[in-house]
Design a protein. Structure first.
Length: 263
């Protein structure tokens, strides 16, 4: 592995500080909500969080590439790419719903995968983190995926993309395929936290289309390091730049692939 010794520590520290920024504006009259589109919101706190994160990364790892949701990153020829979501679940945040997070994942061009990452839920004070080959943790406690092998009693999570009116890509078809044969489905609004909930065994599987790399980079590694599986819908290798993800405890993965790809 070629991960700098202080990288994961920095990811955790930066995520935690950014979470404090989110809490400072949560349910505040000073928070300003704007619309990228009818269904896609952004707040001044998204931007404040991202400005802090990008500045902190540059101060510690000045040569690294940064891909950030609100566009303040930069491209270099470094081995490492930081995928930054300064506020995952902005819609929840803007409506005062206490389920949102900061997500930072680091991709290595040499390793061809995510090598470390953290997802911080400031409302519940949960710091999920992982480094490749070293396990996944929440507040220092090791994470392990569930042992559920029967899809009929599985609790799954999913999300719906901003393209609500696009019936080919809005996830309604896949949702309808899963719902009759499982225990239930949760739609919580944060892909990063959904992945961490798979890693912690709180839900047994997760799928979602049309995601961005900053949505899934950190969470994908946390699932894998907790013993789970992550792929595209067809079972091929996960790629943060590819806009769909299927994650599970491993025991349900083939069954979920069969359902999601059925004709």
């Amino acid at each position: 592995m070629t991960v700098p010794e202080n990288m994961l520590r920095s990811v955790i520290e930066i995520s935690g500080n950014a979470g404090d920024i989110l809490l400072s504006g949560f349910r505040s009259e000073t928070t300003v909500v704007s619309y990228k589109s009818r269904t896609d919101l952004v707040t001044n706190i998204d931007k404040e969080s991202e400005e802090y994160i990008v500045s902190a990364i540059r101060s510690k790892f000045s040569s690294h590439s940064i891909v950030a949701e609100e566009g303040s990153g930069s491209e270099t020829d470094s081995e490492f790419i930081w995928y930054v979501d300064p506020l995952d679940a902005t819609n929840n945040y803007a409506h005062g719903i206490p389920f949102f997070c900061v997500s930072i994942g680091v991709y290595s061009r040499v390793e061809k995968g995510i090598v470390c990452g953290a997802v911080f839920d400031p409302c519940h004070k949960e710091m999920f983190h992982a480094e490749k080959g070293k396990g996944a943790f929440c507040n220092g406690v090791p994470l392990k995926v569930s042992g559920i092998s029967d899809l009929g009693v599985a609790l799954l999570a999913t999300g719906f993309p901003y393209a609500k009116d696009d019936m080919e890509r809005n996830n309604v078809r896949e949702f309808s395929r899963f719902l009759p044969g499982i225990q239930c489905i949760r739609r919580m609004g944060s892909a990063a936290l959904d992945l961490c909930y798979v890693a912690s065994g709180r839900v047994d599987g997760f799928w979602e289309p049309l995601l961005k790399p900053w949505d899934t980079a950190a969470g994908s590694l946390i699932v894998q390091e907790a013993g789970g599986m992550v792929s595209r819908y067809d079972g091929s290798e996960y790629d943060p730049e590819y806009p769909q993800i299927l994650a599970s405890n491993g025991l349900l993965h083939k069954k979920m692939i069969d359902i999601i790809t059925s004709k």
